[in-house]
Design a protein around this ligand. Structure first.
Ligand code: GN1
Ligand code: MG
Length: 360
């Protein structure tokens, strides 16, 4: 067993005993690069599964997280049967008592199906690949267009609300509990200098229709097939809630269009890949066909600026709060991530006029 799951090994044994499946030969290893939950791969002699400890500090209602996933999966399964959804729908296992979330001590756990012969990517390398990414996340929201979005629980209130994210930053700067403001005053000032953009976003948000959105459409939340190298599943449905398409599109741009990883410190060498941007925006719009309004299409460019700005603000706030939200590997990790994301925001802002040409 790897060190990362050792603190939980007793809990995991208790978890496994709640299911019908025979897990007596199971072994466990860490899986993926998420910043929030603890995720492991469970291997038995015949199968693989995904085990996850849902972070109950970030997700105050882990049962609602699992229930949202359950509702979405049920709808996607039906859409798949009638040919409206081409990807796998990784199922959550149900316990002997019919639950998908299991409470052990203070923690909530779940077990999910593992999609065999698949892999994740941390970055895209071609416009062709970007087109596949845009199609996958668009198909996901499109297949859920008949699902009553308001039936889903709001998992994290104001998740992509830039105004409340700025308020959180303001509180973190005025408390400055870890004396870190002196290391990031310039970054904080930059953030607060963007008020006219924030006002523009807040006005636009009032006018846009609500969809079921994924809200974390970074590239590593897609599985690709090892044989076809096409997307085969949309994963990590934790933040699926009622939301706006521009947020999902913006997060894709955020994670596909920069030549650097989100924590790379070499930000003066950051460049925006325009052919990848074009592939994302053209394919995103085309996949929705007539189910996306003209204003929503316009909003995609705003979303592309907004998501690096929001995530940058969140990283900066967490840095000031002493790294209580995102998992970090070193002291400046959140600050490095914030600077990187603001650099991306600047590049997209500079390119904005040029990006308009791709709106159909
Ligand atoms: C978190 O855990 P992960 O990496 O899937 C975060 C996203 C951020 C992302 C930044 C619930 O997602 O909002 O965009 O890190 N998830 C939550 O990499 O806050
Ligand atoms: Mg993830």
């Amino acid at each position: 067993m790897d060190d990362k799951n050792k603190p939980y090994s007793r809990d995991i044994q208790l978890l496994l005993s709640q299911f019908e499946q025979d897990f007596s030969t199971a072994s466990i290893a860490p899986l993926g690069n998420g910043h929030i939950n603890d995720t492991f791969k469970l291997t038995t002699t015949t199968n693989h599964f995904v085990i996850q400890r849902v972070n109950h500090t970030v997700f105050p209602d882990p049962v609602a997280v699992c229930n949202n996933t359950q509702h979405i999966n049920q709808h996607l399964n039906k859409q798949k049967l009638i040919g409206n959804y081409p990807y796998c729908v990784p199922q959550q296992l149900q316990t002997k008592r019919g639950e998908s979330a299991v409470k052990i001590g203070d923690n909530y756990w779940r077990i999910m199906e593992f999609i065999e012969n698949s892999y994740t990517l941390e970055s895209v390398t071609s416009a062709k690949q970007a087109a596949l990414v845009a199609q996958a996340f668009a198909q996901f929201s499109h297949a859920l267009s008949e699902f009553p979005a308001r039936n889903l629980s709001v998992i994290i209130k104001d998740f992509h609300n830039i105004s409340s994210r700025m308020e959180q930053l303001k509180q973190a700067t005025s408390k400055d509990e870890h004396n870190r403001l002196m290391h990031c005053q310039v970054v904080v000032d930059f953030c607060f200098s963007q008020q006219s953009f924030i006002d523009h976003v807040m006005t636009l948000c009032q006018k846009l229709p609500i969809h079921v959105t994924h809200n974390d459409t970074k590239i590593n939340n897609l599985l690709f097939s090892s044989s076809s190298h096409q997307p085969c599943a949309v994963i990590d449905l934790d933040t699926c809630m009622p939301g706006l398409l521009m947020h999902d599109f913006g997060d894709m741009v955020r994670t596909c269009c920069s030549n650097l990883a989100e924590d790379d410190t070499d930000i003066h060498n950051m460049v925006l890949n325009l052919s990848i941007f074009e592939a994302l925006i053209v394919n995103y719009q085309e996949t929705f066909a007539d189910n996306i309004t003209a204003l929503e299409k316009q909003s995609l460019i705003v979303g592309a600026r907004l998501l690096p700005f929001i995530i940058g603000t969140r990283f900066l706030t967490d840095y000031l709060n002493g790294d209580t939200y995102f998992q970090t590997a070193h002291t400046n990790h959140n600050l490095d991530r914030a600077k990187n994301q603001f650099q991306l925001y600047k590049l997209i802002t500079e390119a904005e006029d040029n990006l308009q040409q791709f709106i159909q």
